[in-house]
Design a protein around this ligand. Structure first.
Ligand code: DON
Length: 313
């Protein structure tokens, strides 16, 4: 998209955002991780960045929030970079589940008892165990370093309060971890694997950080602003496919129809999405719809996609 079109977006985006913000009242802020419940129901912010580093932003785009499940896209990529496709997909499948993201039902019912895909919790916990490193601290250090490179932001860090909050209350993830250990999928100490998983979910970003990370995916693994090649193209292709088929939980099909872009959401209300070869987009709106996605965020992305004909399909 040309810079002229960016200007058009600049004019229209604030008004569109305010229209979408009206939907926040119909959503719910996540409370199962108690610390997340402190977010404001009516917040909504977006940052859209192009390859020249120009950006358009609107609303509450400066507020920090934790990546939660959005981080799963990038830990998958790091595990692929560490071990390759064969090793990763020996332990995690490639199919959507149709179940909730924290469900363990298919682990028990479907042989060989490996998680269906890397974006559900069981899959992402498994991926955490595949990150290269001798101990949990080393694995977490490598993840944070990788995320900092992708966001081109050395100040990215954990939100300790969110980490502690999830670590203290993540009983369902603990059961998933122990079930995976029982099934022989996890080789390491379960508590160590969970610590790596909870840590990467608690990495704090702004919409601009997500937009920059998304921009790297939009340009097949190269940061178009610095020219740095950060991810092999094949692994970006795999990540974008999972984002399209499983990135918006059980609403991924509907999102593909309504928006038509690869995307990943998280329970803090963040959404990372991209227009291939054009934009990286970061968004936050903590009020979630019944499927667990930012209610106003999805509304805004539907509008943007329709007005600018962004759907890939
Ligand atoms: O494991 C959890 O429940 C959170 N740390 C992340 C959940 C989330 O964002 C939705 N998962 N797909």
């Amino acid at each position: 998209m040309s810079n002229a079109a960016m200007e058009q977006l600049n004019l229209l985006l604030p008004e569109w955002l305010e229209t979408s913000r009206l939907h926040t009242g119909q959503g719910k802020v996540a409370s199962y991780i108690p610390e997340l419940f402190k977010a404001s129901q009516d917040e909504l912010g977006i940052h859209i960045m192009n390859a020249e580093g120009n950006h358009v932003s609107a609303g509450d785009c400066g507020i920090p929030f934790t990546m939660q499940s959005i981080s799963k896209v990038f830990t998958l990529i790091l595990a692929l970079m560490d071990h390759g496709e064969e090793a990763v997909f020996f332990n995690v499948g490639k199919e959507p589940t149709g179940d909730d993201y924290d469900s363990m039902i298919k682990l028990e019912l479907v042989e060989p008892g490996i998680p269906f895909n890397p974006l559900i919790n069981a899959g992402a916990i498994t991926v955490s165990s595949l990150i290269g490193g001798d101990c949990k601290e080393e694995k977490s250090r490598r993840i944070l370093e990788f995320f900092r490179k992708l966001a081109n932001n050395d100040r990215l860090d954990y939100n300790e309060a969110v980490y502690q909050s999830e670590s203290e209350t993540g009983h369902l993830n603990r059961s998933l971890g122990y079930f995976l250990k029982h099934n022989g999928v996890l080789k390491d100490d379960v508590e160590d694997v969970l610590a790596v998983y909870f840590r990467h979910c608690s990495i704090e970003v702004t919409c601009a950080d997500l937009a920059r990370m998304a921009l790297v995916l939009a340009y097949d693994g190269t940061d178009p602003i610095t020219g740095n090649e950060l991810i092999p193209r094949r692994y970006v292709q795999i990540a974008k496919t999972f984002m399209t088929t499983c990135g918006m939980y059980n609403a991924s099909g509907e999102f593909a129809i309504q928006v038509g872009l690869p995307a990943k959401s998280g329970v803090s209300g963040g959404i990372l999405t991209l227009v291939p070869g054009q934009f990286g987009i970061g968004l936050v709106g903590p009020a979630l719809n019944r499927k667990g996605n930012s209610i106003a965020g999805v509304h805004l992305l539907e509008r943007l996609s329709k007005e600018f004909d962004w759907s890939l399909f």
